[in-house]
Design a protein around this ligand. Sequence first.
Ligand code: PMP
Length: 458
Amino acid sequence: MNAPAQSWERREIGSFFHTFTDLPSLREAGPVVFARGEGAYVQDTAGRRYFEANSGLWNMTLGFSEARLAEVARRQYAALPGYHTFFGRNSGPTVELAERMLALAPVPMSRVFFTNSGSEANESVVKLLWLMWAGEGQPRRRKLITRRNAYHGATVMASSLTGKDYVGAFGLPGPEIVTLGCPHAWRCAAPGEDETAFVRRLAAELEATIRAEGPDTIAGMFAEPVMGAGGVIVPPAGYFAAIQPILRGHGIPLVADEVICGFGRTGELWGSLAVGLLPDIVVASKSMSAGYFPMGAVMLSPEIDRRVTAACEAWEEFPHGFTTGGHPVGCAISLEAIRIITEDGILENVRSVGARFQEGLRTLARHPLVGEARGIGLMGALEMVSDKETRAPCPGEWRIGERIARMAGERGMIIRPLGSSVVLAPPFISSAQQIDDLVGVLGAILDEIEAGRGRQAA
Ligand code: PMP
């Protein structure tokens, strides 16, 4: 006799080791296993349908049924299903994607190489900077500047660059990391300090930190144009304009981590364009392939390209690379994804539904539970507070973010909890109606929680 069929959920618990998953919630609610997707929706194995208000992990920007991406993948698999880029080898789609990305770069860039992920791209940049400085006779320039709440990935150096306490679980960050304050005005500006004064203080902190560490020990600074996993932190106006001259003055390259912002999320093709960031190096991933293939990229300015190339002379190569970096199928998919985003009205859609989404968030900001509603384009966050006046965070035991996300799930919406906040990043193909529904559901959930709070207090 056959053993009784087990549910996907039970099989999942029995076999799969979850990462980045809140274990108490997993124990309580169990996993969700998905079976298919259509447009901006995914369907689980029990047949429940959800609007994916996070685009998966920010990456499924063109939704879950873009047939043109499947078709280019099919064609490329038939023509050349895989190749590498070592030993001077390459494949057509890889070269074409490199050209296309350089043509679209936020500032003039001269060359690009590919990885399989955002983490690998950031990790590669660290090695590239270290090799460059050592080649120029400055091997002490190894320190990397980052900011609190930054997220740059999960490999060792990318994790070190991530300004979150949990990296301490691994004994990180290492000694090379220098962490600055988070440019979150609502939370981090001093009482009575306006945005201009806050920016001035952040710039002074950067200058003082560089001097204290020793400018000749610093290899580079990493920054997301808009912080994503840190809670969608849009820097105050003038932030990058204020810090860039300081970095330039000390010869410190600025790396724009465009993994989330790149290819449209903010309503501009690059987050750098939205916030006045002038990068020396650009890192991209996620929306680049619309999540249909693991892809990452590093773009180098002409100056960095020249300097790294010169430093490589001693080794007769850049001794680095990934077996499947620049995979022809991933590059073919990325070319088509980028074509759809730039030529098929997608960027325009992000701008128009993004404006509607931001308006909706601002409406929710009036709710008694909401301390701040923030965002840009199709990325946003709601930060809940226990006291709107004092901005006191919700006590941890409320598990408010988790609670809102669970209630949203029950209403057919996937959103992401982050402490006392929830993070939202709907697909670029979202309609105005879907955005209105999302905002409406969030409002109803907040009302329900607030009514419960009122009843408890009574
Ligand atoms: N940088 C940023 C800004 C990210 O948001 C992420 C992933 N969310 C990464 C890097 C790491 O990318 P990956 O998970 O593809 O390694």
